[in-house]
Design a protein around this ligand. Sequence first.
Ligand SMILES: Nc1nc(O)c(N)c(N[C@@H]2O[C@H](COP(=O)(O)O)[C@@H](O)[C@H]2O)n1
Ligand SMILES: [Zn+2]
Length: 368
Amino acid sequence: MSDRDRQYMQRCLELAAQAAGQTAPNPMVGCIIVQGEEIVGEGFHPAAGQPHAEVFALRQAGDRARGATLYVNLEPCNHYGRTPPCSEAVVAAGLKRVVVGMVDPDPRVAGGGIARLQQAGIEVTVGVEQAACEQMNEAFVWRVTQRRPFGILKYAMTLDGRIAASTGHSAWVSSPESRRQVHSLRSQVDAVIVGGNTVRLDNPRLTCHDISDRHPLRVVMSRRLDLPLEANLWQTDIAPTLVFTEETADRDRWRKLEDQGVEVVVRSPLTPSEVSAELFNRGLSTLLWECGGTLAAAALREGQIQKLLAFIAPKLIGGPPGYSPVGDLGLLRMDQALKVERSQWQAIGPDLCWTAYLDLVSGQEGVS
Ligand SMILES: Nc1nc(O)c(N)c(N[C@@H]2O[C@H](COP(=O)(O)O)[C@@H](O)[C@H]2O)n1
Ligand SMILES: [Zn+2]
């Protein structure tokens, strides 16, 4: 594995990122074909149901693919899904070498694509820029291995750990720079989830603002549908909104929401796991929980959160403990605290942005 291999794999990741937020339930994949020193084909997977990245790169390369090296950040598929196997297309095009970022954990592939290429006499190198490749498709990997969406809990809090003043006023805890970062994150996820209280208190839009024209599905969890008649989230010409409620919810509100183009779905009892399961069945991979502390705690307790994104603003608001980013987890001793791993932090404007993963390996996520 050479520096050139690494550079070409980084180019694959750049290409793949062009479809961020648009490929679920499929992964983000980029591919290039190099003949000698020249890139003769490039492509990325734009969306599920569309051709895979390898197909676009092969089409562009044409005859120049013969004897060339193909780079791709995910093992070429070897199955008939929505599209035919890329492994066969690669063999047919006469590639000499294939460089793969990571093995595809989808059980329909899982090494079969690599084996097929090797069987055809193609030299295969696996694991170039593997960490970056795994990072890019962390939600896809989670989805296919755990059969549920990857949950990210995002919140902004003051230095004294509050997400709002004692009145519930919260505009704004973090800086414009941090909020812009969140708008950008929304363009890369499949859905943003809030509870009814957030709709009542903040009237959020949950869009990407001017970052992108493509907005995530906006999801509200409200048991009773005691929601405002007018709210930014009911403007469904901007982006779709899905409200989860329970059987006993206010029928009049229900009808009024549907009249505004909001989809209403019943799950009784309404829990984060039920919502995640339904969104999984709809093909979503990444869910961004932008909810208050009570719902955040429920999602954590039920193991629906895999990653945390905390914006910490350099200010103090004080007041009674109520508006904390994570409500009651039922933990009584400090040694029961949920541990996080792979912590990273960076300055964003005046704020600190802390990213971490719940300890997925030991299975501690989810508190019973
Ligand atoms: N290597 C590779 N390149 C792409 O561009 C891809 N989209 C995939 N996806 C793999 O194939 C599965 C989806 O197949 P269909 O799009 O339904 O045919 C997906 O789960 C990945 O395993 N791989
Ligand atoms: Zn494929």
